[in-house]
Design a protein. Sequence first.
Length: 136
Amino acid sequence: MASQRARKDYEAALAERDARIAELEGQIAETAKTAESAEKLRAEMDELRSRGEEQRVSFELTMAGARNVKAAMALLPDYGNDIDKLKEAEPWLFSASAPTPTGATGRPNAGAATDAGATLKRWRKIAGLDDGDKEE
């Protein structure tokens, strides 16, 4: 009888142990998922930081008058990532002045002064209205 009771106690202890192992495995799996998610987020954050820094340097090179931003970015590490040192050492890579913005179409800006009177006169002529018919 004592051996049967010992067996039951032993089996209960084993069942309790197995339940605790299953609980710990679940916690480990959850932690692994969380760690995996955190690692993915860290990687994404690092990528965004890297792209942001690259865009910042690209913008600064453009503002410094770099003729070829890609070439300037490739040479920049050789000069300690200092744009002024790069500009001094490689003047051929930079234009004399910073780029001036130009329109894509070559047409005047929308707010530029134009001879609107001539345009109106032309359209009045096309419409068959002559200047004598104007209502005042």
